[in-house]
Unconditional design. Structure first.
Lengths: 234, 269
């Protein structure tokens, strides 16, 4: 099979591709923020005594995590107008991605909070720490530390799954690439370009988020199996 | 068969296939796509099945429509099996170029730009592109589209024609497949949509309560099967097949069965 690659057509359209990449990042960040807010709300509601409140959270999490994202987007964009709720495709995309991530983030947060042993809280109380300090140092800090890697990889997942929102006509990198490939008939060149851009974005965010984690939690801590921890207890 | 025996057989088969590899690739260099189809007795044809009346999923869940029926006829006349590669409109040409299929037969309208990427055979049918929407939408001339949201499917003839006649200020909303475009006008997310006249009729018939009507006739065009550049023998075979099926009235009968319209006189490339 003969196919002559013509990448100059990609360079000619770099402006459109850059705009698309920026839109993808903006959409992902907005969806992440929305999802995180939803997850915190859900984590708070989970602490309620009321069975109904906890049941609503449970239903939300199960529905979101057990139905396809594409179907969720279709419902928001194509079905909600029937009930009088109409929004721009980009807003529908952020809402869909955000609510979807919220379902997963709720579970991640729960795992983080539950991972803190109750005996540590008891110990902190015995040491006479205030409630706020217990929450801040004994519960929140380790919980965030535990959740962070999972949350970071969820962000990369949002970044990549935002590629399907072109199905509801929202403008982002994949939709721009689809328009370019269908008008220039150079599908390989543009899909390769899209692959490279997504890869670069995902790697950049991964390294950035890993760096942030190191700055916040790892810096200055002795490594496992080194320094003080290696010393045998007397 | 014990395990050792199995491993020995597997190893032998692997060695044989390795030894056969150079000869197979040497053969494929000389063989044309037509040779390959005839040898394997399977023709792979890309077709969009979300584009009424050309390709649809029938009530029995199987692909149906003008182009699906034409694909079947082509395979039958060639004496080989049909492997229908179902794609969305944006993937009709990429799937052919990527080698996932040998032919794309999916109401591909003949345009200058497409002819740069693939080789057109002689036309097998004709279509018209229209803009349509609810009665409340006021569009009597192309200039009226200014300020309105017009839904268009990517990689279609409407993508190539509607933006050219749309005045500045028209908000074009892009979708990846025709069913999403149809949903957008039914859900009121856009003021009007553009697609083929046939597709419009089927949408209007299936959704009488939506009160949709034709607003503009954008263009009329011929469509044709396409093959990769360089597949001269395959293209020649399809043209010969098309000639015979125009003469014996088979193409006309298929077209009329699904569109309700007599097949117009088809020119050749």
């Amino acid at each position: 099979m003969h196919y002559v690659f013509q990448f100059n057509v990609v360079w000619d359209n770099w402006r459109i591709l850059t705009d698309g990449a920026v839109a993808t990042v903006e959409m992902s960040v907005a969806a992440f923020a929305l999802g995180l807010a939803v997850a915190m709300l859900c984590a708070w509601l989970r602490g309620f005594r009321s069975f109904a409140v906890r049941g609503v959270v449970r239903c939300y999490v199960e529905i979101v995590r057990n139905t396809p994202l594409l179907v969720q987007l279709f419902i928001i964009y194509f079905s909600l107008p029937g009930l009088g709720v109409r929004m721009e495709a980009e807003d529908a995309a952020v809402l869909g991605l955000g609510l979807n991530f919220g379902g997963y983030a709720t579970e991640i947060l729960r795992s983080g909070v539950e991972a803190v042993p109750y005996s540590q809280i008891e110990a902190a109380t015995a040491l006479g720490l205030s409630r706020l300090r217990i929450f801040r140092h004994v519960i929140l800090n380790p919980a965030i530390r535990i959740c962070y890697p999972a949350m970071a990889s969820q962000f990369i997942l949002i970044l990549l799954s935002s590629s399907i929102v072109s199905a509801i006509s929202a403008d982002e990198l994949t939709s721009e690439v689809n328009t370019l490939q269908s008008t220039t008939f150079r599908p390989f060149e543009f899909y390769f370009a899209a692959t490279a851009i997504y890869l670069a974005l995902a790697l950049a965010f991964r390294f950035g988020l890993d760096g942030l984690f190191w700055l916040a939690f790892e810096r200055g801590r002795p490594r496992l199996g080194q320094g003080r921890s290696r010393r045998r207890p007397a | 068969m014990n395990r050792r025996h199995l491993i020995a057989t597997g190893g032998l088969a692997g060695a044989v296939s390795l030894a056969a590899l150079p000869t197979a690739s040497a053969q494929s260099q000389g063989a044309t796509t037509l040779d390959k189809i005839l040898k394997e007795k399977v023709v792979r044809i890309s077709c969009d099945v979300s584009s009424p009346p050309f390709g649809v999923i029938g009530s029995d869940g199987k692909p149906d429509g003008v182009e699906v029926e034409t694909c079947k006829q082509l395979a039958r006349d060639m004496g080989v099996e049909l492997d229908l590669v179902q794609v969305v409109s944006t993937q009709r040409l990429p799937s052919l170029l990527a080698g996932r299929s040998d032919i794309t037969l999916s109401s591909i309208s003949i345009t200058f730009d497409r002819a740069k990427a693939v080789s057109f055979c002689n036309p097998t049918g004709a279509l018209a592109i229209v803009v349509f929407g609810p009665k409340a939408t006021q569009i009597a001339a192309p200039a009226d589209m200014a300020g309105k949201r017009i839904g268009i499917t990517r990689a279609t003839l409407e993508e190539a024609t509607v933006p050219k006649i749309a005045p500045p200020g028209t908000k074009i909303v892009w979708f990846d497949d025709i069913s999403a475009t149809i949903q957008s006008v039914l859900a009121g997310q856009v003021d009007a949509i553009a697609m083929t006249e046939f597709a419009m009729r089927s949408v209007i018939d299936r959704n009488p309560r939506a009160g949709l009507e034709q607003k503009l006739l954008v263009t009329r065009a011929f469509y044709a099967p396409v093959v990769r550049h360089g597949d001269v023998e395959l293209r020649q075979w399809i043209n010969t097949w098309g000639f015979l099926n125009r003469q014996n009235g088979v193409l006309g009968a298929i077209y009329e069965k699904y569109t309700g319209i007599k097949l117009p006189e088809l020119p050749v490339i």
